[in-house]
Design a protein around this ligand. Structure first.
Ligand SMILES: [Zn+2]
Length: 268
């Protein structure tokens, strides 16, 4: 952080802060007034509704910027957007007692959420079509990894909860099929292709719940960063210069990234 506004207290130039996706909320709508600012009717987003994000410099609101523990900024970058959303999705899905949680699609968001669930004592299963992603999941403590997209016998439901990170509707059905009665499937994707017709009797009946996730609250962000620090969560990062942003996005889309990509905005 280079400069601080004249009315800002408690933070000083030189401190390491993170600027998350959530730029501001209105504070007065029904959602803001009921501790659900993630659903705010007038929220603003970094790099989307306000300038910033893919930029060398950004203006952030003090109440929304997150003080970060010391260390390499590239280590903390994946925790700020992908990480927080994955954390909120995980929280919405968590079983009441210890249990088995599935992570469908294993990229920048899931690689942090799975570590957290493993360290909290849950049994964790990573599902991906990409062998490199599954190898990372094993290294980060997954109890089991499952390669998807290869023919196999239909499995019995063994999960107590599942989080879907892949932006594909058919994966939601796979996750529901793998989840036992009473379990929750939460969808961390912001956009999702259409979900195929659901066979209610077999995939939803039995008090299974299907929930989506919209943005995050500041409390989610604070809680997640505290837990990340407490459990020493490790981010797997490939750094690239800002000018390679488009190529990096293409690699991400085509599954050529393991973990997360961080764009170095200080690099020419
Ligand atoms: Zn609001």
């Amino acid at each position: 952080m280079e400069q601080v506004g004249s009315h800002v207290t408690g933070v000083f130039p030189g401190a390491l802060v993170g600027v998350p996706w959530l730029h501001a909320t209105c504070g007065v709508c029904e959602f803001c007034r009921s501790e659900r600012e993630n659903l705010c009717l007038a929220k603003e987003f970094t790099g989307y509704s306000v300038d910033g994000g893919y930029a060398e410099a950004v203006v952030a609101r003090a109440g929304y910027a997150l003080p970060l523990p010391a260390g390499d900024p590239a280590h903390w970058a994946p925790f700020l957007c992908a990480g927080i959303i994955g954390f909120r999705a995980l929280k919405l899905a968590l079983p009441r007692a210890r249990g088995r949680i599935g992570f469908f699609g294993f990229g920048g968001s899931a690689h942090l959420a799975l570590q957290l669930a493993s360290r909290m004592g849950f049994s964790t299963v990573a599902y991906s079509r990409t062998p490199d992603h599954l190898a990372l999941a094993e290294r980060l403590g997954a109890s089991e990894v499952v390669r998807t997209g290869v023919p196999s016998a239909p499995a019995e439901p063994t999960l107590d909860a599942a989080v879907v990170f892949a932006p594909r509707g058919e994966v939601v059905v796979d996750a529901l099929r793998a989840t036992k009665k009473g379990g929750t499937v939460s969808v961390a994707a912001i956009h999702l292709s259409p979900i195929p017709t659901l066979d209610y009797d077999h995939v939803l009946f039995g008090e299974r719940r299907l929930v989506s996730v919209e943005a995050n609250t500041r409390e989610d962000a604070r809680e997640f960063l505290e837990l990340a620090n407490l459990y020493h969560l490790e981010s797997t990062v490939t750094e690239r210069p800002l000018r390679q942003a488009n190529a990096a996005l293409l690699d991400l889309k085509q599954g050529r990234v393991t973990g997360a990509v961080v764009l170095d905005c200080t690099s020419p």
